[in-house]
Design a protein around this ligand. Structure first.
Ligand SMILES: [Mg+2]
Length: 270
């Protein structure tokens, strides 16, 4: 009996030791995503008049630029416009809000969310795109959503009343390994006069931004291309996520939440 007790207590100690040694690894692997730092950004998008106003402002500028272009009768090619989807023509902040509540991080649940086709139109987007379509401008939706969500994405666009939604105008990320939109943009501009590009991420506009990964190089590329903003490129606000946020972490997606918080604090300019 005593021996059995001794053995079981030794066994118990061993199990305890193994559990203790393994626990940091386990904790890291299953660390819940503390997205508390994103709450204010999501609330700004969902609750501020300022976010709505910026969307109206972006689409009002788009209308002015399109009308100016339509007055140029020397343009012979058919006109087109290139727009990103998420946080450009529609709002996906409810997915971000859900992640905060469930302590989850992208891409968990993203495919399921997309397949529910529940994105809502951003202020001004529907009116502007229907106007452009009525003026004979071809609207292209160039998104990095993967092809698994193509049907739901088209269904979502149609349900909201966006114009010209079909397999030729909705260009998904066909190759999961290729994040760049450059090839899709080039294919469009080979056939059309591209009046405008609209997006919430610098990578929605030009290859030069895709190649700029650091905070400094993104800022430098933006300054160098300043003449394009407000004339050919129109940027919509997205404080929740994007390559601006990836650059804070030097694209290291393996950082723990604690390490990310340290990075953010270290970057603050006081
Ligand atoms: Mg986007």
């Amino acid at each position: 009996m005593v021996t059995t007790k001794r053995i079981s207590s030794r066994l118990g100690f061993l199990i305890l030791l193994i559990t203790f040694c393994a626990s940091p690894v386990l904790a890291q692997a299953s660390e819940p995503a503390d997205k508390e730092n994103e709450v204010l950004a999501i609330l700004w998008q969902q609750s501020s008049g300022e976010h709505r106003a910026l969307c109206y402002q972006a689409y009002a500028l788009a209308r002015m630029l399109l009308d100016r272009d339509l007055h140029n009768h020397r343009i012979r090619m058919r006109r087109a416009m290139i727009l990103d989807l998420d946080e450009t023509v529609w709002d996906t902040s409810s997915y971000e809000a859900m992640n905060v509540k469930l302590k989850r991080a992208y891409p968990e649940g993203w495919n399921e969310w997309m397949n529910q086709a529940r994105a809502t139109a951003l202020p001004g987007a529907l009116e502007f795109l229907n106007y452009a379509n009525s003026r004979g401008v071809r609207v292209f939706y160039v998104t990095n959503r993967k092809t698994v969500a193509k049907e739901a994405t088209e269904q979502n666009l149609k349900r909201l009343g966006f114009p010209a939604v079909n397999d030729e105008t909705v260009l998904m990320r066909d190759d999961p390994a290729v994040e760049s939109k450059t090839a899709r943009r080039k294919a469009i501009s080979a056939k059309y006069h591209v009046v405008l590009l609209m997006g919430d991420d610098l990578n929605d506009f030009d290859e030069v931004f895709e190649k700029s990964k650091t905070i400094a190089s993104r800022i430098e590329a933006t300054d160098r291309n300043r003449s394009q903003f407000g004339t050919h490129f129109i940027v919509l606000p997205n404080p929740m996520y994007g390559n601006w946020a990836n650059s804070l972490y030097e694209y290291n997606f393996k950082l723990t939440e604690h390490q990310k918080a340290e990075k953010r604090r270290g970057l603050l300019k006081d």
